[in-house]
Design a protein around this ligand. Structure first.
Ligand code: TRP
Length: 328
């Protein structure tokens, strides 16, 4: 069975974009692959040396993953900082990673611009830590967005380089895995890009009914179509895309027909959309709240995940030490 690994930095609550873009697919993948889902809390230190609520943010993602249906019995769901073995592999990769190539990574250059007073070595070696995350389990496939492509290329480079230097065929090059359904791109509510890209355009899985209503009613629209069957401008198309995800086909078709006949009332459509988003989120939200309040359960899940991850990591490290020539 192929191994899939995904990492997420604990930077806030999951929104509908995360759900339809990735988490929903993770739930399916747990039955088809050997899955590792981890929360990249160490990576947060590259930008936040004194993370304020790192424990809380980590628990939040954990609870939200579980509420969405990620099953700790099927997948290994763990916290990066619980898997110390990653650090040793990180060290080995760092020994064969060169300043020039690390400095050329786009996200590093961006961070240098954004935080010129904190250009730390962790930031520079972000790609080697990420490669260690992936290769510690010798993952075959890594679901990532486009913004992670360069980090994935670095992971493949470090895998190849390790093999070349130590004259082995040990690490496979991990593949980027792009979900190939159109639901990946969940639009935001501000009429521009993807959900989550900017403040206020996302609906979070924990948002309550009122919040959802308020956000949807505020979504950008226009003055309405004037020509039958005209193409929908982005902000309008976005509302329809969301509706396609959470509403019934009948509801979608009803408003689509209204649009095509130039009879649409955006207020009505938004009311319906808010209602359907709420109906979709409500059971997930209830599970999130219940799980978040259950410390014992969260602890148990994290421990089980760490144990599973450790078993696989230990095996890799044993072999890596042997390859490099350390005593085992
Ligand atoms: N860099 C990823 C992000 O910003 C998070 C991450 C860390 C990751 N380690 C990983 C993703 C390993 C996939 C595999 O979202």
């Amino acid at each position: 069975m192929e191994t899939v690994l995904s990492g997420i930095r604990p930077t806030g609550n999951l929104h509908l974009g995360n759900y339809f873009g990735a988490v929903k697919s993770f739930v399916k993948m747990q039955d088809e692959y050997n899955c590792y889902f981890f929360i990249a809390d160490w990576h947060s230190l590259t930008t936040h040396p004194k993370p304020e609520n790192i424990r809380q943010s980590t628990r939040t993602i954990l609870a939200e993953y579980l509420a969405c249906g990620i099953d700790p019995e099927k997948a290994a769901i763990y916290v990066q900082s619980d898997l110390k073995q990653v650090l040793e592999l990180y060290l080995y990769f760092n020994m064969n990673a060169y300043l020039g190539e690390l400095e050329r990574v786009t996200s590093f250059k961006e961070k240098v611009r954004k935080q010129p007073d904190n250009v730390n070595a962790g930031l520079l070696t972000y790609p080697t830590l990420m490669a260690a995350d992936i290769l510690i389990h010798r993952a075959d496939k890594v679901p990532v967005g486009k913004d992670q492509e360069q980090n994935m290329e670095m992971a493949r480079l470090f895998a190849r380089r390790f093999n070349r230097i130590y004259e082995v065929e040990y690490f496979k090059e991990p593949e980027s895995f792009h979900f190939n359904h159109k639901a990946v791109k969940v639009p935001g509510l501000d009429g521009s890009g993807k959900m989550g890209k900017s403040e206020g355009n996302a609906i979070y899985l924990v948002d309550d009914e009122k919040t959802i209503q308020k956000k949807v009613m505020r979504a950008v629209t226009d003055s309405g179509p004037t020509v039958p069957n005209q193409e929908k401008p982005d902000p309008i198309q976005n509302l329809f895309t969301l509706m396609e995800l959470v509403s019934t086909p009948d509801t979608y078709n009803y408003f689509n027909d209204k649009y095509n006949a130039c009879e649409i009332r955006y207020g009505d459509m938004k009311k319906q959309l808010a209602q359907d988003i709420n109906a979709f989120c409500a059971p997930i939200r209830e599970r999130i709240l219940a799980i978040q309040g259950d410390d014992d359960y969260l602890l148990k899940v994290a421990k089980l995940g760490a144990e599973k991850a450790e078993a696989s990591a230990e095996k890799t490290l044993r072999e890596v030490r042997q390859i490099i020539g350390f005593r085992v």
